[in-house]
Structure formats: structure tokens, C-alpha cells
Write a protein that binds this ligand. Structure first.
Ligand SMILES: Cc1cc2nc3c(=O)[nH]c(=O)nc-3n(C[C@H](O)[C@H](O)[C@H](O)COP(=O)(O)OP(=O)(O)OC[C@H]3O[C@@H](n4cnc5c(N)ncnc54)[C@H](O)[C@@H]3O)c2cc1C
Length: 364
């Protein structure tokens, strides 16, 4: 795979204080290999080498595409300022086009809208750069919704590589979604929106979406499974778009089970998957989303895999269920860190930006 890179020099008042904090924090996101003067950080997105020089820090980021490199640049820049303070500065070797959108941003325009099932709405978009969604590009995007129908204001880079977000009347709402389908020839992508009760801004946007509407997206990134022969996949309807892509992308020899929680039979979808893969639907029926233990119970009922490196587990669902399954994998199966990915896709009673929702969700 061809990698592209960007170098930077970081100056800060207290470099020796900031570097350990930065590396410690990066351990949450990447494998951090300490070197004499710094560290190399490796993640599924690429690598970053950082080292102390006499007067500053030198940094080199490597990634497989301009979009991923752009995402890494923003991520690094924001964390440098978090730990080094606002007096820090970053000089990148390539030109950072201040006041312009970052390379991992693009505008999508709605071309059609239809319901796949009673609670799942598919929105099809034309896009400016379909190439960003091809190859090893990840599955997910950060969807940016503007309060303005005409002339939305999108985020722009500053000279250090950070994102500047519009504020006040132009402030954006952002939510993470999965690109369900990519049609390279027609430059179209599709996103499936769960039409959940007590909808937030994204579900409301999907209900009202019409041809010609525009959204911004940052990405894509993340979501894929690590290579294995045997998979255990579990998720609710918010994860169904990602699960459908994972199953379709798996090599034909892979075996495993996909446990998918949906409301009722009307929400079940036809999925392409390897021949030796079982898809098991778990129906909530009258129960509300985020209130059952269907997924945890189904994982716990599976036979314990014979060897820790013989399988990969992918979990995405509501926060509480995700935590329960993660704990089960660690404590009961002793699944090693690199053999599972457990991601909370939404949290009952909370807006996805983490602020407590102002509605009576506890009645669920
Ligand atoms: C990596 C990733 C990929 C995702 N992919 C998809 C996708 O492809 N399709 C998709 O529909 N969602 C997807 N999600 C989940 C989606 O981002 C959340 O459901 C998000 O909260 C929806 O935003 P909202 O503005 O509608 O609701 P918010 O403003 O975030 O929340 C409003 C209220 O609705 C509740 N709520 C949120 N989601 C649900 C739900 N699914 N069921 C019931 N109540 C809910 C919240 O608890 C809150 O009380 C993904 C999330 C992640 C992290």
C-alpha cells in the first residue's frame, strides 16, 4: 500500500511537560512504542512518529490516503494544543490552506429518499469525490447538519491544522453514520437512518430529507474488522449498515455468526454473507430500544471460542449493552485486546454529543 506523509515542527513553552501527556493520551487511540527521544504511534489509520529535537518536537504522520492523513493532522493538532496550551504552534511541511475545508470534508447532495423497512430510511447522495469512499476507506462519516438550507458554513482549517467550527446561527450539529452503499460509477453513496422514537436532529433531518438538500461529511474512517477466519458480530439496527458491509466484504472462507437486534420481523433485511456464516435476528417486539439484554444473552449463549486468537469479535450497539458485552468478553472469554472491537453507537436518554436529553426517556 502506498503511504503519503506530512511532517511538522511543534513549538511550545513547555515541550518536556507536554510530550509525556500527549503520548499517554495517545495510548487510548493507538499502540505507542516508546523510543529514546519520543515514540512511534501505530493505529489502523496509519502511523505517527514524534521525537524531541533540541528546540522543538519533530513529527511525521503517514497514512494511506489524503483524507486519512488530513484526519490524522486535525487529530494531532487538536491534541497538541490541548496538552501544550494556546501558545503552541505547529508548522507543517506541506501547505495548510487556512480558511479552507480540510481534505477529508466534502458536501453530499440528496438525490433520493426511500424507506428500506418501516423504521429504516435510506438517503442516497451524490458526492463530490467518490474516490474518498473506495478501497480501504473506512465505513463511517461524521455527518454535519447546518441550520441553513442555503449557503451553509462548513468547518475550515486554521494555519496549525486545527478545525475551526462555525458558531452562533451557523453552528452545525454532527452525528456519526455509516456509508451503507457506494456506487462508484454514478458517484453515489447511501446512508440508512434509523427512525427512532423521540428523534434527535439527525433522525428529524432524515424524516424531512428531500432531493437537493445538502449535508457536509468528515471522513470516512473506521469500523472494519481485523483479519480472522472466524467472526462473532453483534449489533442493533444502528449497526446494521456496518454489519451488512462487513459481511459483504468478508472473504468467502470466513465462518461465524452475526447477532442482530431489531424491533420486529418487518425490520429484518436480506444480507449478503459468506456461505458458512449464520445470521440470527433478535426481535425486541414490544420492548423499547436500549432496554433489553437480547444481545448480551445471545453472546453469552455462544460456545466459548477454543483459542483467543482463533476469532474476532465486533460489537456495536447501545452503550449499556456494549459495556456489558465488552466486560463479558474480557472476564469470561479472556478475549485479548486486539481480538475485539466494541463500540457504543448511541446512548439511551443522551444526545450523541453526550449532553443529557431533555425528554422523558427514562420511561422506556
Ligand atoms: C460509528 C457509528 C456509526 C453509526 N452508524 C449509524 C447508521 O448507519 N445509522 C443509524 O441510524 N445510526 C448510526 N449510528 C448511531 C447514531 O449516530 C445515533 O443513533 C445518533 O444518536 C442519532 O442521532 P439523533 O440526532 O437522531 O439523536 P440524538 O440527538 O443523538 O439523541 C436523541 C434521543 O434519541 C435517542 N436515540 C438515539 N439513537 C437512538 C436509536 N437508534 N434508537 C432509540 N433511541 C435513540 C437518544 O438516546 C436520545 O435520547 C452510528 C453511530 C456510530 C458511533
Amino acid at each position: 500500500m502506498t503511504m503519503i506523509s506530512a511532517q511538522a515542527t511543534i513549538k511550545a513553552d513547555d515541550i518536556d511537560g507536554c510530550l509525556p501527556l500527549l503520548l499517554e493520551h495517545m495510548e487510548e487511540h493507538a499502540t505507542v512504542i516508546r523510543t529514546g527521544k519520543g515514540a512511534v504511534m501505530v493505529s489502523p489509520f496509519g502511523s505517527v512518529e514524534i521525537r524531541r529535537q533540541p528546540d522543538d518536537l519533530f513529527l511525521e504522520a503517514k497514512a494511506s490516503s489524503v483524507e486519512v492523513l488530513s484526519m490524522m493532522r486535525v487529530f494531532i493538532a487538536e491534541h497538541v494544543f490541548e496538552f501544550a496550551g494556546e501558545t503552541a504552534s505547529i508548522v507543517w511541511s506541506d501547505v495548510v490552506k487556512a480558511d479552507q475545508a480540510p481534505p477529508h470534508f466534502q458536501k453530499l447532495t440528496v438525490t433520493s429518499v426511500f424507506d428500506v423497512t418501516p423504521r429504516m430510511r435510506r438517503v442516497q447522495f451524490s458526492c463530490e469525490r467518490i474516490a474518498a469512499f473506495t478501497g480501504d476507506a473506512g465505513y463511517h462519516v461524521r455527518l454535519l447538519l447546518s441550520p441553513r438550507r442555503a449557503d451553509p458554513v462548513w468547518p475550515a482549517m486554521d494555519i496549525n491544522g486545527r478545525l475551526r467550527w462555525p458558531t452562533g446561527d451557523d453552528a452545525l450539529v454532527s452525528r456519526v453514520y455509516t456509508i451503507r452503499n457506494v456506487d462508484i460509477r454514478s458517484s453515489l453513496v447511501e446512508i440508512d437512518f434509523v427512525l427512532h422514537d423521540k428523534p434527535g436532529p439527525a433522525a428529524i433531518w432524515a424524516v424531512q430529507a428531500r432531493a437537493g438538500d445538502t449535508v457536509g461529511v468528515l471522513g470516512p474512517s473506521g469500523g472494519q474488522v481485523a483479519p480472522a477466519d472466524h467472526y462473532i458480530i453483534a449489533g442493533d439496527e444502528t449497526a446494521l449498515p456496518a454489519i451488512s458491509r462487513i459481511l459483504a466484504d468478508l472473504p468467502a472462507h470466513c465462518r461465524g455468526v452475526a447477532l442482530i437486534e431489531v424491533q420486529d420481523r418487518a425490520e429484518m433485511q436480506q444480507l449478503s454473507h459468506p456461505a458458512d456464516f449464520e445470521v440470527r435476528w433478535l426481535l425486541r417486539d414490544t420492548a423499547h430500544p436500549g432496554t433489553t439484554t437480547l444481545l448480551q444473552d445471545a453472546v453469552a449463549a455462544l460456545p466459548k471460542p477454543s483459542a483467543p486468537d482463533a476469532y474476532f469479535v465486533w460489537i456495536s450497539c447501545e452503550f449499556a449493552a456494549c459495556n456489558a458485552i465488552r466486560l463479558y468478553l474480557r472476564e469470561n472469554w479472556r478475549t485479548p485486546k486486539g481480538s475485539y472491537l466494541a463500540t457504543s453507537y448511541w446512548r439511551r436518554g443522551k444526545y450523541s454529543d453526550g449532553i443529557s436529553a431533555q425528554e422523558p426517556h427514562d420511561e422506556h
